[in-house]
Design a protein around this ligand. Structure first.
Ligand code: F6P
Length: 324
C-alpha cells in the first residue's frame, strides 16, 4: 500500500490532532504517501482532499479540535453519495483509509467497505467513550477534566448559597463522562442511561443529605438519561420535594468538546493513530484499533458499533456509598 488518506468525522474530540499527526508521521516513516480528507465523508464526496507531509502536522499535538475539520454527513448515508466518494478516491489512487471518529463514522466505514472494499482502519475519537473494543476513546479524558473543573467551581457557589445543582454533561447514549465527574467531583448522585435512577431515588438521596445538615448537593445528569435532561429532572424534583427548594441547573454543553488535550489523550491518540496506520499497512481492514488492558487490539467495526461497553457496576455503587 503506497497511498492512503486520513479523515476525522462526527463530533470532534480533543486529541484528534495528535492522532492525525501520528498517522502522517508514521506514514512518512514507512514511505507511504498520505492525504487528508477535509470535513469527513462530505470532503470525500466533494473531493476535498489535500496532500499532507510531516511539516503539515507540526505544532498540532497540543491543539484541540481537528485541523481536518469534521462533519456529520447526510449524503454519505445514501448510495449515490458513497459512489461519488469512491470515484474521488479512485481518481487519486487512494488504496486505504484511516477513519478517526465514533459510532456514526464506523457505521459509514463498514457500509463503505462492504460496498467498495477499500481497506479501512478506525481510530476511536469521541468524548463519549461509548465504543466497544477500547477501554478509552480519544478525547474522553480531556472532556472529563474540563467538566470536572466546572463541577468544582459550581461546588463553591452551591455551598455559599446552600443550593442544589443539577449539572448536565454530554453523553448522548452514554454515562461515562457523568460517572467519572460524579466520582472525582464528589457528587451526591449521578443519573446515567446505563442505570435506572428515578426521580424518587434522587429525592431520597437529597433528603438524606438535608437530614444530615448538608448545605449543598450536586447531581450529575448525563444528557441521555432516561428521566430526561437536567432541566426536566430538576423540575420533577421540585414538584416532588418542595416548590421553594433552591435549585439551579447548569448545562455544560460543547465546552466539553474543546480545549488542550491532556497528556493522557495525546499519548492515547498517538498510540491509536500509529496503531491504526500500521494495522492498515499490515493488511487489517474493516476494524478499529483500540487499547484494552494496555494492549493494542483490532475489533471489527461491526462489533464496535453493535456491542455495548457497560459502565462498571463498581463505579455506580461507589458514587452512592461515598456520598453518604
Ligand atoms: O458524540 C459526541 C457528542 O458530543 C455527544 O456527547 C453529544 O450528544 C453530541 O456529540 C452533540 O453533537 P453536536 O455537536 O452535533 O450537537
Amino acid at each position: 500500500m503506497k497511498k492512503i488518506a486520513v479523515f476525522t468525522s462526527g463530533g470532534d474530540a480533543p486529541g484528534m490532532n495528535a492522532c492525525i499527526r501520528a498517522i502522517v508521521r508514521g506514514a512518512a516513516y514507512h514511505g507511504v504517501e498520505v492525504y487528508g480528507i477535509v470535513r469527513g465523508y462530505n470532503g470525500m464526496i466533494k473531493g476535498d482532499i489535500i496532500p499532507l507531509n510531516s511539516q503539515s502536522v507540526s505544532n498540532i499535538i497540543q491543539r484541540g479540535g481537528t485541523i481536518l475539520k469534521s462533519a456529520r454527513s447526510k449524503e454519505f448515508m445514501t448510495a449515490e453519495g458513497r459512489k461519488k466518494a469512491y470515484d474521488k478516491l479512485q481518481e487519486l489512487g487512494i488504496e486505504g483509509l484511516v477513519a478517526i471518529g465514533g459510532n456514526g463514522t464506523f457505521t459509514g466505514a463498514e457500509i463503505f467497505y462492504n460496498e467498495y472494499k477499500i481497506p479501512t482502519v478506525g481510530a476511536p475519537g469521541t468524548i463519549d467513550n461509548d465504543l466497544y473494543g477500547t477501554d478509552y476513546t480519544i478525547g474522553f479524558d480531556t472532556a472529563v477534566n474540563t467538566a470536572l473543573d466546572a463541577v468544582d467551581k459550581i461546588r463553591d457557589t452551591a455551598d455559599s448559597h446552600d443550593r442544589v445543582f443539577f449539572i448536565e454533561v454530554m453523553g448522548r447514549d452514554s454515562g461515562y463522562i457523568a460517572i467519572q465527574c460524579a466520582i472525582a467531583g464528589g457528587a451526591e448522585s449521578v443519573m446515567i442511561p446505563e442505570n435506572l435512577t428515578s426521580v424518587d431515588d434522587i429525592a431520597a438521596i437529597l433528603q438524606r443529605g438535608f437530614d444530615k445538615k448538608k448545605s449543598s448537593s450536586i447531581v450529575i445528569v448525563a444528557e441521555g438519561d432516561e428521566e430526561g435532561n437536567a432541566q426536566i429532572v430538576a423540575k420533577n424534583i421540585k414538584d416532588k420535594m418542595d416548590e421553594n427548594l433552591d435549585i439551579r441547573v447548569t448545562t455544560l454543553g460543547h465546552i466539553q468538546r474543546g480545549g488542550i488535550p491532556t497528556a493522557y489523550d495525546r499519548i492515547l491518540a498517538s498510540r491509536l493513530g500509529l496503531g491504526a496506520l500500521e494495522g492498515l499497512l499490515r493488511g487489517e481492514k474493516n476494524v478499529m484499533a483500540g487499547v484494552v488492558n494496555n494492549q493494542l487490539i483490532y475489533t471489527p467495526f461491526h462489533d464496535t458499533i453493535t456491542k455495548k461497553k457497560p459502565v462498571s457496576e463498581d463505579l455506580i455503587r461507589m458514587v452512592e456509598i461515598l456520598s453518604t
